[in-house]
Structures are given as C-alpha cells and as structure tokens.
Design a protein around this ligand. Sequence first.
Ligand SMILES: C[S@@+](CC[C@H](N)C(=O)[O-])C[C@H]1O[C@@H](n2cnc3c(N)ncnc32)[C@H](O)[C@@H]1O
Length: 249
Amino acid sequence: MPLLRRLPPVLRALLAQALAFLVLVAVARLGLRFPSWVWVLMQAVLAVFLSRWLDLNPRWILMQAALPFLVRALWGAPIPAWVYLVLFLGLALVFGGGLLSRVPLYHASHDAWGKLEGLLPGPSGLHFVDLGCGFGGPVAHLARARPDGIFVGVEASPFTWLVAWLRCLLRPNAHIRLGSLWRTDLAEFDVVYAFLSPVPMPALWAKVRREMKPGSRFISHSFEVPGETPHRVIPVKGRDGARLLVFDL
Ligand SMILES: C[S@@+](CC[C@H](N)C(=O)[O-])C[C@H]1O[C@@H](n2cnc3c(N)ncnc32)[C@H](O)[C@@H]1O
C-alpha cells in the first residue's frame, strides 16, 4: 500500500484508528462481550499495529496507543461540547497551515535573525520574503534593522498570521500576507528565506529554480535541499544542527 503510506501522518493516524474501530465493530457484531477496558486495550493495540503498517514514526505510534485511553477517560466527563470545538478550532488556527504540508511551528533564534541580517545584500530597495513566517520574528527584526528594504512574511495559519501581522503593524516596510507559500511568486524577491521541514524541500527548490531571478539568494534554515550543495553554511544558535544554508542563484 505505498499510496496510503504517502498520506500525511495525521491522515494515516486517523485511518489507523478508524480501521481499528471497524475491526472492533465486526467483533461486537459476532456477539462477543468484553469489559470496557478490554475494548479500549484492543483499540489501542490494533491502532498501534496499523500505524506501524502505515509507517508512522514512534512519536505518532505512542500517541496512537494513548488516544483510546484518553477518549475513554474523558467519555461521559461533564465537559461541554463547545470546549472540544474551541480546542479543535484553536489548534487549526495555530497549526492548520502546516498540517498537510508537514511543517510544524517553531522559531529561528535571535542569533539566526542577526546572521540573516548579515546575508542581506547591500543596495537599498531590497525585497525579502520569509515563506512560512510563523509569529513574524525574522521579518520584524529585519524590517527594523533595514528600513531601506521591503520585508514580506507569508503565513498559512490564521492565528499565527494575526500575531505576525500585529507585530509588524507599525513597520511600514513589513507586510504579512495570509496565504500559502506555494501561491507566492518568488520572482519579485532578492532574498527568499524558509524554515520549514525536510518534506517540502524538493518541491520548494523546484519552485525556487523556476521563479527566482539570477543573482538572487535562497536561504534555508536547517533543512537541506536534496542533491544540492549550498554555497555557504552558517551555524546558528537553536536546536541541534541549526544552520543557515545559503544558495546563490
Ligand atoms: C518552522 S515555522 C518558521 C517560522 C519563521 N519563519 C522563523 O524562521 O522563525 C514554519 C511556519 O510555516 C507555516 N507554513 C507551513 N506550511 C505553509 C504554507 N504552505 N504556506 C505558508 N505558511 C506555511 C507554518 O504554519 C509555520 O508557522
């Protein structure tokens, strides 16, 4: 089933739980009766088994094992339905943009902001974009440091976008757009910066090569472009192995 294994992890996780549940429905239809904790245990074991088959990583498998017990613990608890709705909407607003493209929300360090600043070309009128700008830290910092440039952030998660937008509201040379990085034309930028995950890098590199103009610069925070050697690699503070990979086009 290579096709199923290529689905985003969140969909594979849901699929594993749904298939496990269907098996239990079939078992119940046979007239077999067990104490409730045995049903929960069976759901967890089946979900783990199916998650391994669907190639989910150990972190997901742990969550898959815990989920049936969590649902059982909350079952019948006097929690109003709107609490779940608010939780779901909150998570979607903060993390939704990166869910299917498999890009989590984490932030470049202040050290990375400073080193990014050192990688901007000198002449005024420079155009910079942060693809997936999160809460807008790098854009706000660079717009303050280089009032002669135009700094754009693109963010797909609505709440995250709102925070970045508010953060940059008083900076006339910073613009935070709500939308997908895949719909952003890179031709207008002299420097394109992205801190995403390994998953979108091949497609992003293809977009960079297609759209960015000669003489412009692509900077990836930490994630390599498969098969490409960066022109410079600059270590930055942050997680293990954090660095800026600089590609001159
Ligand atoms: C790791 S954070 C990087 C934050 C910031 N650029 C930095 O360096 O501190 C990645 C961000 O990309 C956003 N993102 C993921 N997929 C996206 C997409 N297709 N279009 C726009 N933003 C996206 C996520 O919502 C997340 O906020």
